[in-house]
Structure formats: structure tokens, C-alpha cells
Design a protein around this ligand. Structure first.
Ligand code: B12
Ligand code: SF4
Ligand code: SF4
Length: 299
């Protein structure tokens, strides 16, 4: 049955797939709890609010037996100001379409089953499931790393009451004594396997809707959206694997900070509407541009 599902997934445009149980082990639950209790989630209140369901996701789909977790590699896009994942079409829409299409196949092939798609949309610890199901291993930069694609892959999945033979975790250590991501992080936001969002440039330029603290703004350099240094320096991301199926916005990737400002002012929707940048809103984007311009002037 697993092979049949894997082949159907490939046919639906899902390159990586694995199966695991919905239960989370105590060590992971405690690590998550500790992360919240020490305030490392910054102002992402939704993570705290949904903490219990993240630990017991069976509540979302009564009778849930399996998590089908999927990986979608995306290309590295060079830019001085915007992180790769924001220079391609918004992954939420694309993954949602593919996973819903795949659910149609599943409900046809195994009639009577229940399915529920998630891509950041439900409180689910996606990296933890991907690691449990053998899609890769979690690195010290806290991201899921696959041997073939490195960490540049999005995750999404399906909860189901279908009984599937579960995959085990992969047994290799991606990091060993390496600590390049920890040492390269400009704000010291990383400790091995733990990210403090309060210090993370990615958090502040994307999620923080308020004021960015000065000790962070001065470390942002000319970055306007995201950061990704801890991904860039990771040896697993050196491969430059060709990843088809995405629209790459080279014009935005090559734009300097002044041009980005003009484009956002002219029509934020027209120029950024298809990218994840749009979700953070024009005000946040322009706030970040002001900081990048000031940092550039200071250099
Ligand atoms: C909140 C969030 C963020 C926050 C916090 C990031 C973080 N590391 O938690 C911020 C805004 C900073 C962020 C940034 C980014 N994000 Co983000 N984010 C999420 C989100 C919504 C929840 C993650 C979460 O629950 N964090 C809570 C903490 C506690 O979890 P954790 O770090 O995973 O810790 C667990 C494990 O590490 C483990 N653990 C603890 N100790 C140890 C020790 C060892 C030895 C091991 C093995 C494990 C381990 O237990 C912990 C408890 O759960 C997920 C989507 C989702 N629903 O899962 C996307 C997600 C993690 N993000 C993603 C991406 C792509 C990014 C960015 C690259 C993009 C960007 N925005 O610039 C950056 C990368 C920065 C980074 N190094 O993580 C992808 C990651 C894909 C991948 N390959 O792993 C996800 C899965 C989204 C998706 N659907 O694809 N993100
Ligand atoms: S995204 Fe940037 S600031 Fe955040 S942990 Fe990685 S290197 Fe540090
Ligand atoms: S840079 Fe090194 S330590 Fe960090 S995730 Fe990659 S392999 Fe692991």
C-alpha cells in the first residue's frame, strides 16, 4: 500500500513523502514547552495559544492513525535584500493545491477515510513529523535537512485515519562537530537545535509588526525581508540542485533597496502580491526598507 501511495504522490507533484504516527515523544513535548516558557516565541502568541494541540494533534481528526508528511524543495535565489523563499510564488497556495489533489486520490483509493491538509495552517510541529517519518534530520539551525535538498524544502501534510505502515527516522547526524550556522548568525539567535525568535532577523523582518529593537536593526545590514544566513552557510545547501515548478521573480531578486521602495510605493499588490512578502504587509516591508537604507548609509 505504501508504494502505491508514494507513486500517486509523485504523480501529484509531491517529491518527498513519509508516514508516521501522530504522537509526539515526551522529549520533544518538553523541548517545545521549555521554548515557550522561556519566551523564545517572541510575540508569536498563536504558538502559545495552540500549544496543547501542537502536542496532541489527534484532537484535530478523531480516530487519526497516521500523518502523511510531504516535502517540497524550492530553489535558492540570489539576492542582497530578500530571502530565497520570498522570491518565488507563495508556497502556501501551491502546496495546498497539490495536497488537496492528493487527498482526492486517497479518498477515492481508500473509500470512507478522513483526511485533513495542513501547511502552517494548523498547529502542527511539521519539522518534528518530517524527522519522525524519515524525510531528513533536524540540524543545529533547527531546520529539517534532507541529504538531497538540504534545508530548502517546505513542509506540509495530511492527517488521516487510514492505517499506513509507518516509516522510521533516518539515522545519520547532519551536523557532527559543525557549528557554522551558530557562528554565522549575526544576532546570536541560535544555540544548537534551539532558535530564540526574539533575536532572529527573520522573525523581526517578517512576523514582528511593531518596532524592531535597535540591537537587531544594527545587525540587519541591508536585509529587507528574512535573513537565511544560517541556511546559506550550511554545507548541506551547497548543492545547487535544480528545482523546477516554481516561478522565480528575478526582477525582485536583482532590485536594489531604492527600487524595492519604489515598487512597494507604486503598487504593493501588483509587485509583491504573488510572493510571501505580501502577507507581512506594506507597512512592515517599508519599515524594513527604512532600516536597510539607514544601515547602507552608515557603512
Ligand atoms: C514559528 C516558525 C518560524 C519562527 C521560529 C523558527 C523556529 N525555528 O521555530 C521564525 C519566524 C523565526 C521562522 C523562520 C524561518 N522559517 Co519558519 N516556521 C515556523 C512554524 C510556523 C512553527 C515552528 C515551530 O513550531 N517552532 C517551535 C520550536 C520549539 O520548534 P523547533 O525549533 O522546531 O524545535 C523542536 C525541535 O528542534 C526539537 N528539538 C529540540 N531540541 C532538540 C535537540 C536535538 C538534538 C534535535 C534533533 C531536536 C531538538 O524539539 C523542538 C520542540 O518541538 C513552522 C511551520 C510549522 N507549523 O511547523 C515554520 C517552518 C519551520 N519555517 C520554515 C522556514 C522555511 C523558515 C525560514 C527558512 C524562512 C524565513 N522565514 O526566512 C526561516 C528559518 C529560520 C530558522 N533557522 O528556523 C519551514 C522549515 C522547513 C525546513 N526545511 O525545516 C517551516 C516548516 C514552514 C513550512 N511549512 O515549510 N519560522
Ligand atoms: S535567520 Fe538569521 S538571525 Fe535568524 S537564526 Fe538564522 S542566521 Fe540567525
Ligand atoms: S551549518 Fe553545520 S551545524 Fe548548522 S545545520 Fe548545517 S551542518 Fe548542522
Amino acid at each position: 500500500m505504501n508504494q502505491k501511495i508514494r507513486e500517486a504522490a509523485l504523480g501529484a507533484g509531491i517529491p518527498l513523502i513519509g508516514f508516521c504516527t501522530p504522537q509526539i515523544d515526551t522529549r520533544t513535548k518538553n523541548a517545545f514547552q521549555n521554548w515557550l516558557e522561556t519566551g523564545m516565541h517572541a510575540d508569536m502568541a498563536y504558538l502559545h495559544k495552540t500549544r496543547n494541540t501542537r502536542r496532541v494533534i489527534e484532537e484535530f481528526l478523531p480516530g487519526q492513525k497516521s500523518v502523511i508528511i510531504c516535502g517540497f524543495p524550492y530553489p535558492a535565489v540570489e539576492s542582497k535584500h530578500v530571502v530565497s523563499y520570498a522570491l518565488i510564488n507563495d508556497y502556501h497556495a501551491l502546496l495546498h493545491e497539490k495536497l488537496e489533489t492528493f487527498c482526492l486520490y486517497l479518498t477515492k483509493a481508500f473509500s470512507g477515510i478522513k483526511t485533513k491538509v495542513f501547511i502552517d495552517t494548523l498547529p502542527v510541529l511539521e519539522k518534528v513529523y518530517a524527522s519522525k517519518a524519515g524525510l531528513g534530520c533536524i540540524g543545529k539551525n533547527t531546520l529539517l535537512l534532507s541529504k538531497k535538498y538540504g534545508s530548502r524544502l517546505f513542509l506540509g501534510g495530511i492527517m488521516t485515519d487510514l492505517e499506513i505502515e509507518h516509516d522510521g527516522p533516518e539515522k545519520w547526524d547532519p551536523c557532527g562537530s559543525c557549528r557554522k550556522c551558530i557562528d554565522a548568525c549575526p544576532t546570536r539567535a541560535l544555540d544548537a537545535y534551539v532558535l530564540d525568535a526574539r533575536k532572529c532577523i527573520s522573525y523581526h523582518t517578517i512576523e514582528n509588526k511593531g518596532e524592531i529593537p535597535e540591537d537587531i536593526t544594527e545587525k540587519m545590514g541591508e536585509m529587507v525581508y528574512g535573513c537565511g544566513i544560517c541556511e546559506k552557510v550550511c554545507p548541506w545547501n551547497n548543492k545547487n540542485t535544480v528545482v523546477p515548478g516554481w516561478d522565480v521573480y528575478e526582477d525582485l531578486a536583482n532590485a536594489d533597496v531604492e527600487t524595492l521602495k519604489i515598487l512597494a510605493g507604486e503598487s504593493f499588490k501588483k509587485h509583491f502580491g504573488k510572493t510571501p512578502v505580501y502577507h507581512s504587509g506594506k507597512r512592515v516591508f517599508l519599515r524594513n526598507i527604512v532600516i536597510a537604507v539607514a544601515n547602507k548609509a552608515r557603512q
